[in-house]
Design a binder for this molecule. Structure first.
Ligand code: ZN
Ligand code: ZN
Length: 261
């Protein structure tokens, strides 16, 4: 780990993957680190033949809860097969994230941008030309927001995972990539339904101006390390929270605050 193994930031970390999806750590080993800082588990739904529908998710909740873990899911907006209301109620919280949008039936994946933002592909973002195109950018913005709206209004998510992570975030200047009115619409959707805006450690989103706008509108927030590996201190998150002046009492603590219809 290096340095101090325990971050000062002890806000509840909602966004953590395990071997049930693409994480490298077992549920049992995750259960051991809640003493380091409070956290739940939230694997990808759907995920291959591990998390396909209600039965798999209910088993996951059971397995994790038996270990004393709080259990969420990272629901893949626009992709995930619907879950029964009773299954969603059985979760401690539900994160909804966008990992791709569609255009004319074709997938626009966020994965290359994600690898770049995580610092895995070197200093040059290889898709820059493609996503620098204003028409493509506009399409991504609108589709992304549609999926978030659907997550909030129809699926009943509690948290928007890595809210402003799109290929546009990899272009370098989020205030230029995300028009202010788009940011305001995004924040308004969350505030209206009391859905938390995740401060995401892995991608370093949302950027400071977005977080300040959200704070000024009275938004709720949530911490998400989005780790697939061992638990590390939330250094980047701590800095983001500090620089945007977010008050710790506006953060979720592993419990749902939205009433579930
Ligand atoms: Zn994600
Ligand atoms: Zn994730």
């Amino acid at each position: 780990m290096g340095g101090s193994p325990i971050a000062e930031l002890r806000l509840f970390d909602h966004h953590i993957h395990t071997r049930v999806s693409d994480g490298t750590v077992s549920l049992a080993d995750r259960a051991k680190t809640v003493a380091v800082r409070p956290h739940g588990v939230s694997d990808h739904y759907p995920f291959r033949d591990h998390l396909r529908g209600d039965d798999d998710v209910l088993r996951y909740i059971d397995d994790a809860a038996k270990l004393g873990l709080r259990v969420g899911l990272e629901y893949d907006l626009g992709i995930a097969p619907p879950l029964l209301p009773s299954t969603k109620r059985a979760l401690h919280y539900l994160i909804g994230s966008v990992h791709q949008v569609e255009r004319d039936g074709k997938r626009i994946g966020y994965d290359v941008a994600g690898a770049f933002l995580k610092g895995r592909t070197g200093p040059v973002y290889s898709e820059r030309d493609r996503f620098g195109d204003p028409d493509t950018a506009r399409h991504i913005l609108e589709r992304h927001l549609d999926l978030v709206r659907e997550g909030i209004e129809e699926i009943g998510i509690d948290i928007v995972g890595h809210p402003t992570f799109t290929p546009l975030a990899a272009l370098g200047d989020p205030e230029a990539a995300y028009p202010v009115d788009w940011q305001e619409r995004f924040i308004e959707l969350c505030v209206r339904s009391d859905v938390a805006i995740e401060v995401n450690e892995a991608y370093g989103v949302p950027h400071r101006a977005f977080l300040i706008r959200a704070r000024e509108r009275g938004a709720r927030f949530s911490v998400g390390s989005d780790t697939h590996f061992e638990l590390k201190p939330l250094d980047r998150t701590a800095r983001m929270i500090d620089e945007a002046g977010l008050s710790h009492d506006r953060f979720l603590d592993g419990r749902r605050v939205r009433s579930f219809a």
